[in-house]
Design a protein around this ligand. Structure first.
Ligand code: FMN
Length: 177
């Protein structure tokens, strides 16, 4: 797959087949993530891969926390269902060891690499920010000293997606001479 095919063909996949994903493929995606650039090569990304019962325990906790929320949780119940149905959920952390704001950028670059590698392998993924609605509960569940950055669902796509509209180069850039 060419770089353009990977970048332009990737879509957020929210419907997955029941088939498991071989751990070797998950490892390949994480390895791709580790090739992202990072300030001073700090590599502050960390990944927790959930499958099977560990995933069930996580989604049960997440759904229960969402149910208790007294504020609008946006699309979180849909994201929860997606995580319940996907064979793999990856929690992405920022070790935040230096306290730099760039650490968040570093981890985001790694996430994008991971998504693109997954797409190149025929896997579908979706980057989930809805985990921030229950940030404290998730931190309590995993007891990490790191900062939660995102969840990613992963699995074999069970939907065919067309293109989503994008702003044009002219709409998002200016060239100063
Ligand atoms: C930081 C971030 C958070 C996101 N959070 C969610 C989410 O919580 N639930 C969800 O279904 N999709 C989520 N998405 C996926 C976006 O909705 C999706 O990337 C966007 O609509 C563009 O579609 P595409 O990825 O198919 O190109 C998120 C994407 C990003 C980058």
């Amino acid at each position: 797959m060419s770089i353009d095919e990977a970048i332009k063909g990737r879509r957020s996949v929210r419907t997955y087949k029941g088939t498991d994903v071989d751990e070797r493929l998950i490892r390949q995606c994480i390895e791709a993530a580790t090739f992202a650039p990072s300030a001073k090569n700090g590599q502050q990304w960390r990944f927790t891969v959930l499958t099977g019962e560990s995933k069930d325990r996580f989604t049960e906790m997440y759904r229960s926390e969402l149910s208790k929320a007294t504020f609008d949780v946006g699309s979180s119940f849909g994201s929860c269902t997606m995580m319940e149905e996907a064979p793999v959920v990856i929690l992405v952390w920022n070790t935040s060891e230096l306290g730099w704001s760039t650490e968040a950028h570093i981890v985001s670059a790694a996430i994008q690499n991971l998504l693109l590698k997954a797409h190149s392998l025929g896997l579908g993924t979706c980057w989930i920010g809805d985990v921030f609605y229950t940030y404290e509960a998730i931190m309590d569940h995993f007891k990490k000293s790191w900062k939660l950055m995102a969840a990613i669902t992963m699995g074999w796509p069970d939907e065919i997606l067309g293109k989503r509209p994008r702003l044009s180069v002219d709409e998002v850039s200016e060239f100063l001479y």
